[in-house]
Write a protein that binds this ligand. Sequence first.
Ligand code: ADP
Ligand code: MG
Length: 262
Amino acid sequence: MKKPYIFSFANSKGGVGKTTSCIAVGCCLAELGYKTLVIDLDHQGNMSDDLGRGEEDYTITDLFEDPKFDINKIVYPALDGEEPISNLSIIPADITLAVEARSAERFRHRLTILDDGIKRLSESYDFILIDLRPAIDLSIENALLITDLIVVPVDMDRRAVKGIDDLFQVVREIRRSENFVYTLVKTKVNKAHSKMQKSINGHIEEAGYKVAATEIRVSELFKQATEQHRPSPLFAANERPREDYMQLTKELIELVKVHSNE
Ligand SMILES: Nc1ncnc2c1ncn2[C@@H]1O[C@H](COP(=O)(O)OP(=O)(O)O)[C@@H](O)[C@H]1O
Ligand SMILES: [Mg+2]
């Protein structure tokens, strides 16, 4: 079976667009014909709610509770309202994950619970996207260990770039390697606020971070989509949200392919 590319969406600041980006890139990959699985690793379950799977009996918690649990039981078709989204599946999370990720520390193979689970998926996927919570715990370490591309959404607030060095340090420690692929993605970009733009751009340049050429523009449509628990590219099919995320998705595909020498 072909190995899927794994993307993780991470930033220690909340509200920067991790969940929005994970869902949107997932929908765009699915639309491009790639079989895609998104995994919610945030016990707040925002992604699960927005893809119609916020109330399932079995969730990612079951895997961290019992690493031998059949992962295929927690894979659901993602929904836009009532409608299944073609090519898109989800492993949901709920509030119980917070406690279970802690108690999974007792397992000897605790860092590879997710990796081992993914290897037992009966369907094959082209891409697996993981939505991370803002703080590092065992479940997040599991994800960072197997990620091919770390996507770091940053909004136009200086605090959005504050925890990045710490995140990268964790990645180096878990993987015992200096080599990993990442990109920052600017979200909520508003060209009219040039002062904020300059400040954040200055900071990114100073730190020497790699940043995606595609920027995600600010739009009220994102909030409306979130309020209605719908994926933004489907809610705003002919508008900026889909346009920007489709362009970003193509850029991310190229990036990960270049790094895996395809
Ligand atoms: N480009 C954007 N323009 C305007 N609002 C956005 C944009 N991206 C995300 N949002 C809104 O910002 C809020 C937080 O986004 P979310 O993806 O949940 O952040 P995180 O997962 O990092 O906490 C949501 O209400 C979402 O609709
Ligand atoms: Mg989130």
